[in-house]
Ligand binder design. Structure first.
Ligand code: IPM
Ligand code: MG
Length: 369
């Protein structure tokens, strides 16, 4: 296969800081594992707005369509709060997801042993936790029409968003979940609100049908999404893979994130259909946001972004063993007690800056050779 190509979009807030650490790791793989990558960098979000007047230029969009994988930092910040909705930083991210058709968003929630006491839940509830949320990412209420704010017949303003799903949109998200489950613990729980939403009734039917026809050997259950949120907090280890729609997935993945102790730890992969070279359309990003309150202070935790690159190694480049190596390096650094600011509440530990955390991961990678 050709040299893997990677488009880096650091974005706003802490995005550039955490991405700088990932670039060191990419270089490490080039030097030490013979993994040359064709890396380019561009603007997204507020950073793109400042230069181009839009949160994602057409040229950047075109580049994203051509590379093997996009790696994105974060978008948004108070500076852009008053911008028109159509040019807000988040629109850049949503355009990438939609136009690349990245319908399957994989959000693992894994509790590192060294961090089991950081969760707001008890240690035995979260220790050893390893679940995967598959969030549908290109449809549902995020993109449904009609939408907007208008004045109704009574002269009152009215805000409208539409939850809309087609059978094929549900089916392809379900397939992603079943495929993942086969490589994990073979269990899928599908979440919707079939008790109040027609789109939820259809969701449940289609997931069941894909299961019965294509994946009868995977264990499938269904849960209302509100109960799912409750169960995630009560006993999260009952789950293996959770598949859900765009909005519920947004909420439930933040809940799952807190089980692991810090939002600064969680990576994600957004995958679409295979390209001509067999690799899936893909974008990788940390689940955390741009964290304007700590930007530029060396406090950001680069681990979510580093682990997002590990997901790229696994899902785009089929380098599972190298992804394992990077994840083990992160685990080793945490086990040593190194802690960025977000991880400092519980066990003391050794405070480190963003850069020091990156360097420590590199040292652990060196030690793995
Ligand atoms: C996420 C974020 C985004 C979303 C925002 C930044 C548009 O919360 O990726 O979970 O709502 O999808
Ligand atoms: Mg979110």
């Amino acid at each position: 296969m050709s040299t893997p190509s990677l488009l880096i979009l650091p974005g706003d807030g802490i995005g550039p800081e955490v991405m700088a650490e990932v670039r060191k790791i990419i270089d490490w793989y080039g030097t030490n594992r013979g993994l040359a990558m064709d890396v380019s960098e561009d603007l997204v979000g507020g950073a793109a707005y400042d230069v181009h007047g839009v949160p994602l230029s057409d040229e950047t969009m075109e580049k994203a369509q051509k590379v093997d994988a996009v790696l994105l930092g974060a978008v948004g910040g108070p500076k852009y709060d008053d911008l028109d909705f159509s040019v807000k930083p988040e629109r850049g991210l949503l355009r990438l997801r939609k136009e690349m058709d990245l319908y399957a968003n994989l959000r693992p929630a894994q509790c590192f042993d060294a961090l089991a006491d950081f969760s707001s839940l008890k240690r035995d509830v979260v220790a050893g936790l390893d679940i995967m949320i598959v969030r549908e990412l290109t449809s549902g209420i995020y993109f449904g029409e009609p939408r907007g704010i208008s004045v109704n017949a009574n002269g009152e303003r009215e805000g409208v968003n539409t939850q809309r799903y087609t059978e094929s949109e549900i089916a392809r998200a379900a397939r992603s979940a079943f495929e993942l489950a086969k490589r994990r613990n073979n269990k899928v729980c599908s979440m919707e609100k079939a008790n109040v939403m027609e789109s939820g009734i259809l969701w449940r039917e289609v997931v069941q049908k894909v299961h019965d026809e294509e994946y009868p050997d995977v264990e499938l259950s269904h849960m209302y999404a509100d109960a799912g949120g409750m169960q995630l907090c009560r006993w999260p280890k009952q789950f293996d893979v959770i598949v859900t729609d765009n909005l519920f997935g947004d909420l439930l993945s933040d809940v799952a994130a807190m089980l692991t102790g810090s939002l600064g730890m969680l990576p994600s992969a957004s995958l679409g259909a295979p390209m001509a070279n067999g690799r899936p359309k893909a974008m990788y990003e940390p689940v955390h946001g741009s964290a304007p309150d700590i930007t530029g202070q060396g406090k950001a935790n680069p681990i979510a972004c580093v682990l997002s690159f590990a997901m790229a190694l696994r899902y785009s480049f089929d380098l599972g063993a190298e992804a394992d190596r990077l994840e083990a390096a992160v685990e080793a650094v945490l086990a040593k007690g190194l802690r960025t600011a977000d991880l400092m509440q519980a066990d003391g530990g050794t405070p480190v800056t963003t850069t020091e955390m990156g360097d420590a991961i590199i040292a652990a990678l060196d030690a793995s050779l």
